[in-house]
Design a protein around this ligand. Structure first.
Ligand code: ADP
Ligand code: ZN
Ligand code: ZN
Length: 727
């Protein structure tokens, strides 16, 4: 008799355990299979996943129910069980959330594999079938062997029953084939380059030993060529490779390069795929048909059998940390996976994260450096403009005089311009000058952004309303808009340069699936002179005619309430600047800022990563911020504010008491989050900082679970280890 340990499809924290069910005699079940079981007192049928199979008879054998039924597909192999437990432990998630990483999204909503019955011609007509309509049908199928289904034939004017007759008598046959929903475009060959000295040194070094590598190369130094070569070698040995890119760098250009080098049998896995497309890609990988996946963070969990190489490009990007449970860090998980598989992890960036570079300095991982651009292009000329001077000299516009002049010159030379501002909308907030009232979202505690169509929009929950003519608080008419978003930049540019062709790329203009590609191609084909955009245009774009880049407000990221503010600013300036002068013509970058003396701005200006890093790592050490500590960020949220405050304060007290037994650990809070309300849910936080060991984090989790068990419907708890942002 065998028994199965099952994780049920129920989100509640109290259900986060392994339930034992009996496997009926006649049933075959394996680990990773989805099953239906009766659950709870009402014996409701719910789905579950098999995590373990055992022959040991459990103690409370009498109360054990049987598995009701099994689904045919196996979603993960036995060797993934450790992985699931590791994720749950490391990131304090539930089993179910960890399992969901491994199964194609949409599965639990009844997603099906698309199959079609394709027609094949077997033999020529003879006897009584040697006449119409049979001859016509046979001829059609023969000419389109394997391409038509029955419905296609009947669309061409033949009856379905004649087709069926031919099948019945063995002239035609149908075969079920998986219909993949992916695109099979052909790509131009992208020939391998002759690697330069630094590149070949890097490739040989990495090929010589297993482990984790940090590939630090300035923008345009040919990092991509290095990992294309490493992938080629990996494939040659019959192994699988994954390349992770930030969502926004999954540009057509990047895809062209990979498909152009390795052919079309590559999985491209990004968030714009539908659930069905994701399911298909998952299957293609599982069936062993593809050896390379390129994608956003979730591509890491595709079911490869022999994964030996993971490349994480732009490794400093925050998108590698998940904001949803499990709040995993793809870099850590990739490293864990590659250790287990005896493979390699390559972290690549022009501006490595302070954490990764620190690890390289400590020789935990190996550093490979590419210090020169691979082509003859030189790094762009960088200019900092102090916007306070502009104001003093009477220029109140968004653009400095210098930038205006450069835009004019660049347009005259018929070259292209990129203007970067990391804020969408028209004005960033609207307030009343008579009484100081600020328009805030009714559901969230943030000010609403004014858009061009005269609406106010909450960038947190998407709520929208029209801007009234008078102040809701004092009825005055002195309502004024403050701050600048990309829409205002676009309007100002169109006014100043009426004959220039202008495009704006941000979340508002790229909502449609293809709009990004269309804009991208227009810019590539020189059908646009000035591209204005947010973060979305900060990387991945490699266009030879872009010779001017304007960074309109370098300070935006400096003023974030985040210990990584300087790091993010340095990275952003460097990345955006790297779009300029990639071809033969020299590039120029204008950085507009109110803090020209800031070291992040100054180091970016002089292309000085090491200068930036030295100073930043010292501050981290003094302030005991990561990598010199770990953070555990707890957010409690509820629609009932009083209940939330009462319980968070109580829990805060308990945690504080619990932590007294550890040195080097501090607890900040409880207190309201910076964004104290989102979608009508109030939010309170606790931050624990210090040398937090895995066991300590687990103790804290268990303590919270125990205390909150009966309140799980009213109060949601989020636990995040080293979060991206604490707002
Ligand atoms: P990175 O990823 O470091 O930004 P890329 O790999 O995109 O750099 O390379 C930048 C440019 O240099 C690309 O146009 C690429 O084709 C070219 N390139 C890279 N390596 C070489 C090489 N060894 N010889 C010639 N051109 C190269
Ligand atoms: Zn007012
Ligand atoms: Zn809102």
């Amino acid at each position: 008799m065998s028994f199965a340990g099952i994780i049920v499809n129920n989100e509640a924290l109290a259900m986060d355990m392994i339930f034992t069910y009996k496997v009926p005699e006649a049933m075959e079940v394996s680990v990773g299979q989805r099953v239906k079981v009766s659950f709870g007192q009402g014996n409701k049928k719910i789905d579950g996943f098999v995590l373990k199979i055992t022959e040991n008879v459990p103690e409370n054998i009498k109360r054990i129910k049987e598995i009701h039924s099994v689904y045919p597909e196996i979603y993960f192999d036995e060797d993934k069980v450790d992985f699931i437990e590791e994720i749950r432990r490391r990131y304090l998630s539930t089993y179910l959330d960890a399992i969901k990483l491994l199964i194609p999204r949409g599965i639990l909503n009844g997603m099906k594999y698309k199959v079609s019955e394709k027609l094949y011609h077997i033999k020529e007509a003879d006897g009584r079938y040697e006449k119409e309509p049979y001859l016509g049908i046979l001829d059609l199928v023969k000419k389109n062997q394997g391409n038509f289904i029955k419905a296609d034939i009947s669309k061409l004017g033949f009856s379905l029953s004649s087709v069926n007759t031919l099948i019945k008598h063995g002239y035609l046959t149908v075969m079920s084939e998986n219909d993949y929903r992916y695109n099979v475009d052909e790509f131009e060959d992208y020939k391998a380059k002759n690697l330069n000295k630094e590149q070949s040194y890097g490739v040989e070094k990495i090929s010589s030993a297993l482990g984790t590598y940090l590939l630090h190369g300035i923008t345009g130094s040919g990092k991509t060529e290095v990992f294309l070569e490493l992938i080629r070698r990996n494939i040659e040995k019959g192994y699988d490779s994954i390349v992770l890119l930030p969502e926004i760098s999954l540009t057509p250009q990047m895809i062209e390069r990979f498909k152009g080098r390795f052919g079309k049998d590559i999985t491209i896995f990004h968030s714009r795929l539908s659930d069905g497309e994701r399911y298909d890609e998952w299957h293609r990988v599982r069936s062993g048909k593809v050896k390379i996946a390129i994608g956003a963070r979730s591509a890491l969990f595709l079911p490869f059998k022999n994964l030996k190489l993971v490349v994480i490009d732009e490794e400093h990007e925050s998108t590698y940390k998940s904001e949803m449970s499990p709040k995993y860090n793809a870099k850590e998980i990739a490293e864990y996976m590659m250790k287990r598989n005896e493979g390699q992890l390559i972290l690549a960036s022009a501006t490595p994260s302070v954490e990764s570079f620190h690890r390289a300095e400590n020789k935990e991982i190996e550093l490979i450096t590419l210090s020169e651009r691979a082509t003859s292009a030189s790094l762009p000329q960088m200019d900092v403009v102090d916007m306070r001077d502009e104001l003093l000299s009477g220029n109140r516009s968004i653009f400095s005089n210098r930038l205006m002049q450069k835009i004019t010159e660049t347009l005259e030379r018929k070259e292209q311009i990129i203007l970067f501002l990391n804020r969408r909308g028209f004005s960033t907030f609207v307030s009343c000058r008579a009484c100081g009232f600020v328009f805030k979202c009714e559901n969230c505690d943030i000010s609403m952004t004014h858009h061009r169509d005269n609406s106010l929009m909450c960038h947190q929950c998407g709520a929208r309303k029209y801007l009234p003519k008078t102040c809701p608080s004092c009825q005055s008419k002195y309502i004024k808009q403050f701050g600048t978003g990309t829409e205002k930049v676009e309007a100002a540019i169109r006014q100043a340069f009426p004959s220039a062709r202008v495009m704006r790329m941000d979340r508002d203009t790229t909502k449609q699936k293809s709009s990004y590609e269309t804009m991208y191609n227009d810019f590539k084909n020189n059908e646009c002179d000035i591209l204005i955009g947010t973060q979305m245009i900060s990387k991945g774009l490699d266009f030879k005619d872009v010779t001017l880049v304007g960074i309109l407000a370098a300070d935006l990221s400096l003023n974030l309430p985040d210990y990584r503010a300087a790091e993010k600013t340095f990275q952003l300036i460097t990345q955006v600047a790297g779009r300029a002068g990639r071809g033969d013509k020299p590039g120029e970058v204008i950085i507009q800022t109110y803090s020209p003396e800031n070291f992040a701005v100054l180091s970016a200006k002089s292309h000085d990563y090491m200068g930036f890093y030295r100073r930043e790592i010292q501050m981290r050490e003094v302030l005991k911020n990561p990598p010199f500590s770990k953070l555990l960020y707890l957010v409690f949220s509820s629609e009932d504010e009083q209940l939330l405050i009462k319980n968070t304060q109580y829990l805060g007290g308990l945690l504080r008491k619990h932590l007294t037994k550890y040195d080097n650990m501090i607890l900040l809070g409880p207190g309201p989050c910076i964004i104290s309300k989102i979608k009508n849910s109030y939010r309170w936080q606790v931050l624990i900082k210090g040398d937090i060991k895995e066991e300590t984090a687990l103790e804290i989790r268990n303590l919270i679970h125990d205390e909150m068990k009966n309140l799980y419907k009213e109060i949601k708890v989020s636990m995040d280890i080293n979060p991206n942002s604490m707002m």
